[in-house]
Design a protein around this ligand. Structure first.
Ligand code: NAD
Length: 291
């Protein structure tokens, strides 16, 4: 018999579609049980059109906190009562808390990314950074880098639909983080890309390139790698992309996307319940249950 859930248990939830594959319910429910917190976390498969009703439900049912995933992150930012500074610049939120009916939206992709860099011994303050990409993950990373005091954020993207978003990020950051130099270039401009990478401390892939099933793809020629360059990926499947394998072979420090995913979960948990997530215990529990 389920002993943990009672008549007083409060709900937290994930909204978006699809959500069936999400690891969030297992991770947060394990953590609530571990920390003896009276919450339960459920995933709800909803689309953009349903979001106004989702917000009514959050208020009516007093859903305490939770997450938004694709494709509802942008509309969620329009429906919350308040936004964190990063979520306001990004224009999307992937986490929320409901404090006495006031719903605040947060974006934790960028925090997860920089936390993971720190866990790997790299602090972004004062650093020159190159970010490949201008989609959801890339924008969150760019904004967090600027908020945390990076000296430069040089964005490279294809001249596709995302390029305009990069230009918007540049102008928003010029206003909110004027001390950080932000530039936007065409990723196909090999001369500018090479010059930027030769002069930066860290290059970050925040595009979908290299992601399964396109494991053989990379945006960077391996001749660009040098020993004192840090190379990071947001892609977590595979855990080591072709870009990271080639960078490692060239002697660079490499940082993969898996840690970002875990750090983002931990950042959410802290926003939800004000405690550090029992990450090591959850990893042990997962390993034992995969056997
Ligand atoms: P998105 O669809 O919002 O953006 C896609 C980006 O990839 C755009 O900038 C686009 O221009 C670029 N792109 C696509 N094809 C390209 C090509 N052939 N050449 C150059 N650029 C190309 O995607 P997203 O949600 O931002 O996700 C990007 C990556 O980040 C994915 O691999 C995703 O798994 C990863 N991600 C990781 C985490 C994590 O916690 N580790 C969190 C979020 C996203």
């Amino acid at each position: 018999m389920e002993k943990r859930i009672s008549g007083r248990t409060k709900l937290m939830a994930l909204f978006g579609t699809p959500v069936g594959h999400s690891g969030s319910p297992a991770m947060y429910n394990f953590s609530f049980q571990h920390d003896d917190l009276d919450y339960a976390y459920m995933a709800f498969d909803v689309n953009v059109d349903q979001m106004p009703k989702v917000f009514e439900s959050i208020r009516e049912l007093d859903i305490k906190a939770g997450n938004f995933t694709m494709p509802v992150k942008n509309i969620a930012a329009e429906l919350v009562d308040k936004l964190s500074p990063a979520a306001e610049i990004v224009g999307a939120c992937n986490a929320f808390v409901n404090e006495n009916g006031v719903i605040t939206g947060h974006v934790t992709d960028g925090i997860g990314f920089t936390e993971n860099l720190r866990a790997n011994g790299f602090d972004v303050e004062g650093k020159k950074t190159v970010v490949l990409g201008a989609g959801g993950a890339a924008t969150a990373v760019q904004v967090q880098l600027a908020i945390e005091g990076a000296k430069e954020v040089r964005i490279f993207n294809l001249k596709d639909n995302f390029f305009e978003r990069a230009e918007e990020t540049k102008s928003k950051l010029a206003n909110k983080c004027p001390e950080c130099l932000v530039t936007v270039e065409d990723i196909l401009d090999k001369v500018k890309l090479e010059e930027a990478i030769n002069n930066c401390d860290i290059v970050i892939n925040a595009t979908t390139v290299g992601m399964k099933p396109n494991n053989d793809k990379t945006l960077l020629d391996k001749s660009l790698f040098r020993k004192d360059l840090v190379v990071a990926d947001t892609v977590y499947d595979p855990e080591k992309t072709r870009m990271l394998i080639e960078a490692e072979e060239a002697g660079c420090k490499i940082i993969g996307g898996k840690g970002m995913l875990l750090c983002q979960g931990a950042a959410n948990y802290e926003i939800f319940v004000g405690k550090k997530m029992p990450l090591d215990e959850f990893a042990k529990f997962q390993a034992e249950n995969q056997r």
